[in-house]
Design a protein around this ligand. Sequence first.
Ligand code: GUN
Length: 295
Amino acid sequence: MSAGNLIDGRSIAEQIHQETAQRVAALKVRGVQAGLVFVRVGEDPASKVYVGMKEKTSERLGIASRTHVLAATTTERQLLDLIRQLNADEKVHGILVQAPLPKHISETNVFSTVAPNKDVDGFHPVNVGKLLLGDTTGFRPCTPAGVHELLIRSQVVTEGVEVVVLGRGNIVGKPMAAILMQKGKNANATVTICHSGTKDISTHCRRADILIAALGSPQFVKADMVKPGTVVIDVGVNRIPDAAAKGGSRLVGDVDFAAVQPIAGKITPNPGGVGPMTIAMLLQNTVRAAELMAI
Ligand code: GUN
C-alpha cells in the first residue's frame, strides 16, 4: 500500500500540540495556569479510554486537569450542581462532560448548563448559534474543527468545491456543514448533508470532491461511491465482531479503507486520522478559553 495519499492526523495533531504547549507556557509566565476539568458519569468503557487519553495529553502540554467520576446513578440535578460549581471556579477554564450520559440525564440540559466561555466542547447553544452565524468568537466542536484543520494543513482547497457530509449528528455532521459553508477563506464550499432519509446516497457521494463520513456505520463508504481523486475523511469509530482479534472485536471506521484508499486523492487512516485531531482541538480550545479569561 502506498502511503502517498494519507493524511497523517497524528503528526498534524502533534504540530497543534506544540503550538498549544507554547501558549500554555506563555500564560504561565503571566501567572495563569490553564485548567481543564473532565466529568465522566458511569463506567462506559469507551468514555474511560477517551477521557484517559485527553487527561494524559493535557498533562503533557502543561494544562492542569482533573476528572470527576460520578456514579451511573447520579441524578441530573447533582450533575448540574457540579457544573455550576465548576462554572464559578476561577481556576477552571474548560469543562468537558463526556457523552454519552446515562439515559435518565438530558444531554441538552447538561450542555446548556456549562458556561459558554468554558464550553471547550462547543456544545452550548450559544456556541452552536455563533458557529452557524459565522461569529468566530465562540468555541467550535472539536471533531469537526479537527477535520477542518486537517483539510487546511493538508492544503486541501475547499472554496467552491462539492463537500458531501454523511451524517447529521449534533457533534459532527451539522457543525461540519456549518464550518465549510461559511463565506470566507478555507470554507465557501457547496455542502450536501446525507442522512438516513436521503434517497440514493451513492449518487450524492460520487459528486463529492471532499467526502466526510460521520454516520456511524462500519465501512459504509465503498469504492464505487467515490469519484477518483476525492479527499475522503473518515470520522467513524465502530466496534465490530472479529473472532481473530483480541477480545473478539476490533474498531473500524465508516470507510472501507482498503477499497477506497487506491482511488482517493487523499484519505485519513483510521485510527490515526481524525481521532488525534479531536484532542488537539479540545486543548487548543482550552488554552484559548484561558487566554480570553486572562485578558
Ligand atoms: N463523546 C463523543 N465525542 C465527544 C466529544 O467531542 N465531546 C464529549 N464531551 N463527548 C463526546
